[in-house]
Every structure is written in structure tokens, then in C-alpha cells.
Design a protein around this ligand. Sequence first.
Ligand SMILES: [Zn+2]
Length: 91
Amino acid sequence: MKVPREIKSYCPRCRTHTVFTVTLYKAGKRRKLSWGERRHEEEKHGYGGQKYPILRRKAKTTKKQTLKIRCKECGYIIHRKGIRMKRIEVV
Ligand SMILES: [Zn+2]
């Protein structure tokens, strides 16, 4: 699916419709030293290691793609709800 680089949408901060620039949402890098990561690493040690079943056979073949749109007037960022699709590109 092709998505236009700029779309008009409602901005809650400006309280009117404004032009938004569109980019694809990408999950951020995981911090190795965050408390959850450290605890998970510690729980995998010793007897009875893995704490939850590892997903071996995935049912889904696609990922949900989220659009990140940013208001040109005030910089407000909205995440558009993800839809499942094989290919998405911003043109
Ligand atoms: Zn705005």
C-alpha cells in the first residue's frame, strides 16, 4: 500500500485540521540495563530457566504497520492505528 507523504487531519492541540507529515513507526531499541531486562536475564539463570513459552510457530505472516503523523504547525505526534499488510511505503 502506498501512503502519501502529507495528509490533512485533525490536530487536538491546534483544534483544527492541519497538514501532517507521515512516517512509519518503528519500535525503539531495548535498553539492556533497564530493570525489566535485568530481571528477565536473572530469571533465566539456574534451574527452571525459561519463564514463558517461546513462540515456535507463528500464525501471522504479516505485522501491523503503524503510521506516525506529525503536525506541521505545532509538532504534535499522533500514532495511526496499525493495519496488517505485507508492504507499505510512504511516497
Ligand atoms: Zn497542531
